[in-house]
Design a protein around this ligand. Structure first.
Ligand SMILES: Cc1cc2nc3c(=O)[nH]c(=O)nc-3n(C[C@H](O)[C@H](O)[C@H](O)COP(=O)(O)OP(=O)(O)OC[C@H]3O[C@@H](n4cnc5c(N)ncnc54)[C@H](O)[C@@H]3O)c2cc1C
Length: 337
C-alpha cells in the first residue's frame, strides 16, 4: 500500500453518489470528492439451481472461476476424467464474463489432455453456449468452431445451464424450446453468469437502461471511463459497463488512462485521454501452442507484438502465456503498471 493511502478494510455496502458518500459493511459512512470504482464481477452461481461451489473437485464438477483453489480442484477433476474418458459437458453463460476465453481454453486443454491420454476417441465432449456464438470476435468464433468440429466437439447454441444435480450427475439447460436435462455426465465445467456486486448493482451508479442495465454494471463513458451521470466518478476493470474489456490486460492498459483523466478533472480540465477498449486473451489451443488475441471495442484485432500473427498457432504465444505474462500480471497486482 503506497505511503499516504489509508486502507479501509471493509466492503462497500452502499453508494450514495448524490451525497458523495459510501457506507461500508461495518456501517462507516465515508465522504469523497472523487470516487474510482474497481470492484470486479460478482460470480452469480446462485442463478444455477443446485450449484454448490464447495462441490468443485468432487462428483466430476469443475469451475476455474471462483479462485486458485477451485482452479486446482477443477484440474484434479479434469485429470481424473481425461484418464478414464466418458461424457463431458462444457458451459458458457449468456452474460458478459471476465476472460471470455477461459471457458474456451479449458475446453481446448481438455481436448488436448484427452488426446494425449488416448481417451478422446471414445469420449463425448459437448459445449453448451447460452449465446449464438462461443466468442464475440467473429473471425475467432469461426476458427474456434472449426477446431472443435475437427475434434468432434459439437456446440449447442442458446443452451443455458439453469440447474445441476451434483450427486445425480444431471445438468438442466434452458433453450428457446423449453428445458433439456443431460444425464450421466462424468465431468462438467460450470461457468457462472456474472453481474456487478450487489452494492453497485443496487445503486444509482449502475446503468439504468440499455444492454448493461440487466447486470447492473457501472455506467461509464466507454472512452474516458468517467461516469456518464456523476462526473466525479470513474471506473476501472471488470465492473465497467463497456462492450468489451473484462481482462487484466484491460486493467493494465486503462489504469494509467483513468489516473490521467482523473487528474485532468481535478485540475478543472476535460478528460484528455481516450480508451479503445483494449482486451487481450491468450487462447491456449494445446500444450505448446496458443493464439495471442488482442482486440478493441469494435472487435478489430490490434496485435501489439510485430512477430506474432494472432491468427496463427504459435509456440511463442504459448510461451508468452505460460512464462512471460505471469511476471507482468504480478507487476500489475503490485501497482507497477
Ligand atoms: C480463469 C480466469 C482466467 C483469466 N485469464 C486471463 C488472462 O489470461 N489474461 C487477462 O488479462 N485476464 C484474465 N482473466 C481476467 C482477470 O482476472 C480480470 O479481468 C481481472 O482480475 C479484473 O480486475 P478487477 O480489478 O477489475 O477485478 P477483480 O480482480 O475481481 O478485483 C475486484 C476486487 O474488488 C473487491 N470488491 C468487490 N466488491 C466490493 C465491495 N463492495 N467493496 C469493496 N471491494 C469490493 C473484490 O473483493 C476484489 O478484490 C482471467 C480470469 C479468470 C477467472
Amino acid at each position: 500500500m503506497p505511503a499516504g493511502v489509508k486502507w479501509v478494510r471493509e466492503m462497500v455496502a452502499e453508494y450514495n453518489p448524490d451525497a458523495n458518500t459510501i457506507v461500508t459493511d461495518a456501517g462507516q459512512r465515508l465522504q469523497y470528492d472523487y470516487l474510482v470504482v474497481a470492484t470486479g464481477c460478482h460470480l452469480d452461481f446462485a442463478q444455477i439451481e443446485g450449484m454448490d461451489v464447495n462441490a468443485i473437485g468432487r462428483n466430476g464438477v469443475g469451475s476455474v472461476y471462483p479462485g486458485p483453489k477451485a482452479a486446482n480442484e477443477t484440474w484434479r477433476s479434469m485429470d481424473a476424467f481425461r484418464q478414464r474418458g466418458g461424457k463431458a459437458v462444457m458451459t458458457l453463460p449468456g452474460t458478459p464474463i471476465k476472460c471470455a476465453g477461459a471457458p474456451l481454453k479449458t475446453t481446448f486443454m481438455l481436448i488436448d489432455r484427452m488426446r494425449q491420454s488416448g481417451t478422446l476417441e471414445r469420449s463425448e465432449i459437448v459445449f453448451h453456449s447460452a449465446l449464438g456464438v462461443v466468442f464475440g470476435v467473429p473471425t475467432l468464433n469461426e476458427m474456434i468452431l472449426e477446431r472443435w468440429a475437427e475434434a468432434n466437439v459439437p456446440v449447442v447454441f442458446s443452451s443455458k445451464l439453469v440447474a445441476i444435480d451434483i450427486s445425480g450427475h444431471k445438468a438442466t439447460f434452458e433453450n428457446p424450446d423449453g428445458e433439456r436435462t443431460v444425464e450421466d455426465y462424468d465431468f462438467i465445467h460450470v461457468v457462472p453468469p456474472m453481474r456487478a456486486p450487489d452494492a453497485l448493482f443496487n445503486s444509482p451508479l449502475a446503468w439504468q437502461e440499455g444492454p448493461m442495465a440487466a447486470g447492473g454494471w457501472l455506467e461509464v463513458d466507454r472512452e474516458t471511463l468517467r461516469h456518464r451521470r456523476y462526473p466525479n466518478v470513474f471506473g476501472v476493470g471488470d465492473i465497467n459497463g463497456t462492450p468489451r474489456g473484462k481482462t487484466a490486460a484491460t486493467v493494465k492498459q486503462s489504469v494509467p488512462l483513468v489516473v490521467s483523466n482523473l487528474i485532468d478533472v481535478i485540475a478543472g480540465r476535460d478528460p484528455s485521454r481516450r480508451f479503445n477498449g483494449y482486451t487481450s486473451c491468450p487462447m491456449i489451443l494445446r500444450e505448446g501452442s496458443a493464439w495471442l488475441i488482442e482486440f478493441d471495442y469494435d472487435g478489430k484485432l490490434i496485435p501489439s507484438l510485430p512477430l506474432v500473427d494472432p491468427l496463427q498457432d504459435s509456440w511463442f504465444a504459448w510461451l508468452m502465456k505460460v512464462q512471460l505474462l505471469k511476471p507482468a500480471y504480478m507487476a500489475v497486482a503490485k501497482g507497477r503498471v
